[in-house]
Design a protein around this ligand. Structure first.
Ligand code: GLN
Ligand code: ZN
Length: 724
């Protein structure tokens, strides 16, 4: 049995990728040193592949993001230097970033609005460059369909034609290559007929190059599998892990004898060890359809940390985990078992500790635990009087600059160099300073600043039982940014309040309302690796019950506003839209279990993205009073997603784009407020930055918030005068 692997993390066992990029950004290393370091990482990935599997891609390495590289290869952008390239990644010309499918990896979004004419030769034949250098593996490319689907700036009706234009450019790139690896996860989303037909045509165009194409679909099974199996490629990768329909679909479609089926059988997106005997059975079943069969990972391995061996070896969870390197070992083992060279390792499902009290609470849940009293406008009226807020209340999203001092204290506390008492004293002093600051700036609803939090998910994972955190389980979220996804292994419960002390302390220092700040159940679930022995909605409900307890403790402590951040609510939606209803049903229910409090407590939620058209109804299933969104960059675009009159809540407009260090002008922000009044009543509008401020510096934070409050005050005056 041949083995294939792809998508191995570029991060490096010691986060070399991140460190190298950061050194380069600081000017500590030269362009040449950067290139050499990335080349070294590419070499070590090839070595790792070679030690475990028979075949693999080459050239998955990138200076920042493969989508941008593809756009450059196709002549969409023409950076002339490293500096130009990184301008597109993170400078003033930075492309927007979005989540890659329903994962937590962000890619740079190319703009296909004006596709410049293609010259005779591709501007940068990246795969050829890697082929020339290594002469091994399959030069790596993101496929034309995925590239187009994930780009912006074009009309859906133009897609069939655009795809063919892109395919002609790909053909030119391919013409110099003997074989390639092409990723096409977009084949697993629902495609309009015309787009699917154009994809078939596109692959015929690619095949004209005579290049051997290893085509990989993953995250789900293509809808038109019976036609995809007939694409003119030499092998086709199908994901047998993330779609229960994969095997039945394959049996229905059959598999032609002219190509190899590369069956994705070990999970590229979750961390649990593979059930080897069970997987051998699966492979045996697949082999009944075709004997030209190889096995691989299902989904790229970069969603996983590098290796379990980097974790402290005493964790009881460890024997049950497999990260990227262990997936390669599993593939090697599977193939040896099938060849009769090794005995299948027996499989023991890890313990998923069940907690009787959690089970009991879940059992007792009923619809009445998800509803709030009164209608949203009635609640708004009650809250307006009780909270004594002005028109256009000004607030922030939660975090304030995490200065190096804050991060240093946290690191020293973790190492035991600073006592818990000293650390808590430091955090309280930071909170007290921030309360004074918010008084001076004259915001209307305060926050405590989130200085005690490393990461909005990891922090809660540490406070909850049933969720483990790792020490070295880093995964790239974008560019040089990494995070450590927690691992939900058992029933989730809350042994003690997690955030109440800090928020209550902040509230004790001011008469202005302070928002309690929580990460929502869907985001905690989505940004963690989760157990698979129970359904996702059960896990979400367990987390929701913990958050509900936290909110009840807030209320007892005198907190009157609670924000539940759900930036992952949209991204966790399944790839196939026909499955959305079911998903949003349970996802909204989980949120509502957490937030079902009486009308005197105002519930906020925050989501930082801008395409609301598609999911506005699903958002309105949530029981919040106020939602804050990203509006500054997409401005009216966002607002048009919302029909005047149908929106019965309040909305916080992200009038300041915190993703750039520049300070927004008062007029600019006032303009967004004025525009919003074409869609909302003035009682509905709040004023805030578009996301948390933890990555910003203090000087621009102060200047921007002062301008923001002026914009809010001006808007109050304008509407007051308009009334007279
Ligand atoms: N409350 C969080 C913060 O301000 C929200 C972060 C987010 O939306 N990703 O940092
Ligand atoms: Zn945000």
């Amino acid at each position: 049995m041949q083995t294939y692997a792809y998508g191995y993390p570029r991060l490096g066992a010691n986060r070399e990728y991140k460190k190298t990029l950061e050194h380069f950004f600081k000017g500590d290393i030269t362009e040449q040193e950067l290139d050499e370091a990335l080349g070294g990482l590419q070499n070590s990935i090839l070595e790792t592949y070679k030690a475990h599997v028979d075949d693999y891609p080459v050239g998955e390495m990138t200076g920042y993001d493969p989508m941008l590289d593809t756009a450059i290869m196709l002549g969409i952008y023409h950076p002339a230097s490293h500096a130009d390239y990184y301008e597109l990644c993170r400078g003033s010309k930075a492309l927007p970033m979005i989540k890659w499918f329903n994962t937590n990896y962000h890619y740079l979004v190319p703009d296909l609005g004006t596709v410049p004419p293609f010259g005779q030769v591709p501007v940068w034949n990246k795969p050829l460059q890697y082929w020339d250098r290594h002469q091994e593996g399959n030069p790596y490319l993101i496929g034309p369909l995925t590239f187009m689907k994930l780009s912006h700036g074009h009309e859906p009706s133009d897609e069939p034609e655009l795809l063919l234009e892109l395919a002609r450019r790909y053909r030119q790139v391919l013409s110099e290559l003997p074989r390639v690896h092409i990723d096409e996860p977009a084949l697993s989303v629902e495609l309009p007929d015309l787009v699917f037909e154009a994809t078939e045509r596109a692959y015929e165009i690619l095949a004209e190059s005579g290049t051997g194409i290893h085509l990989f679909t993953y995250y789900g099974v293509p809808d038109n599998l019976e036609r995809v199996v007939n694409f003119p490629v030499s092998s086709l990768g199908i994901d047998f892990v993330h779609d229960a329909d994969a095997l039945p679909a394959l049996k229905r479609s059959g598999f032609p004898r002219d190509k190899t089926l590369v069956a994705g059988v070990v999970d590229g997106r979750n961390v649990w060890r593979t059930n080897i005997p069970g997987t051998i059975d699966l492979i045996t079943d697949i082999a009944k359809v075709t004997d030209r069969l190889a096995i691989s990972n299902a989904g790229p391995l970069f969603h996983l940390p590098v290796s379990v061996s980097l974790e402290p070896q005493d964790s009881p969870l460890l024997p049950h985990l497999a990260f990227a390197r262990e997936r390669l070992e599993e593939l090697r083992h599977l193939s040896r078992c099938i060849r009769g060279e090794e005995q299948p390792m027996s499989f023991r499902e890890g313990a998923h500790p069940s907690v009787a009290t959690v089970q009991e609470k879940l059992r007792l849940l009923s619809e009445s635990d998800t509803v709030r009293p009164l209608t949203a406008p009635q609640r708004a009226a009650v809250q307006r009087t009780e909270l004594e807020l002005p028109m256009f209340p000004a607030t922030t999203i939660g975090s304030f600059p995490q200065t190096s001092e804050v991060r240093r204290m946290r690191a020293r506390h973790k190492k035991g160099e600073v006592t818990s008492e000293e650390y808590n004293g430091f955090i309280k002093a930071a909170i007290a300073d921030l309360i004074r600051f918010q008084e001076e700036v004259d915001l209307d609803v305060f926050v405590h600043g989130e200085f005690e939090r490393t990461d909005m998910v990891e922090f809660f994972a540490q406070g909850l039982d049933g969720i483990a955190t790792t020490t070295s389980g880093w995964v790239i979220s974008y560019g040089s940014r990494v995070y450590r996804p927690p691992i939900i292994f058992g029933d989730v419960s809350r042994p003690a309040p997690m955030t109440v002390e800090e928020v209550a302390y902040a509230q004790s220092l001011t008469d202005k309302p302070v928002k309690g700040m929580l990460t929502g159940p869907i985001t905690i679930l989505s940004w963690s690796f989760a157990r698979t022995d129970i359904l996702q909605d059960q896990i979400a409900n367990q987390i929701a019950l913990c958050l509900k307890e936290e909110i009840q403790d807030y209320i007892k402590a005198g907190v009157r506003i609670v924000q539940i951040d759900e930036p992952a609510y949209r991204e966790k939606a399944p790839l196939k839209k026909r499955e959305w209803d079911k998903y949003f049903q349970w996802a909204s229910r989980a949120f509502n279990i957490a937030s079902a409090v009486d009308e005197h407590t105002q519930i906020h939620t925050h989501m930082c993205y801008s395409s609301f058209e598609e999911i506005i109804e699903s958002i309105l299933k949530l029981n919040f009073d106020v939602i804050s969104i990203e509006a500054s960059r997409s401005e009216v675009g966002v607002l048009h997603g919302i029909n005047k009159g149908s929106f019965d809540r309040q909305i916080g407009l992200g009038v300041w784009d915190i993703h750039s260090p520049s300070v927004p002008e008062v007029e600019e922000m006032q303009h967004i407020i004025q525009q919003s009044l074409e869609v909302f009543d003035r009682e509905q509008v709040w004023i805030n930055p578009d996301c948390g401020l933890k990555t910003r510096q203090w000087p621009e934070t102060e200047a921007s918030l002062c301008n923001m409050v002026s914009a809010a005050k001006n808007a109050r005056e304008v509407t007051a005068t308009a009334e007279v």
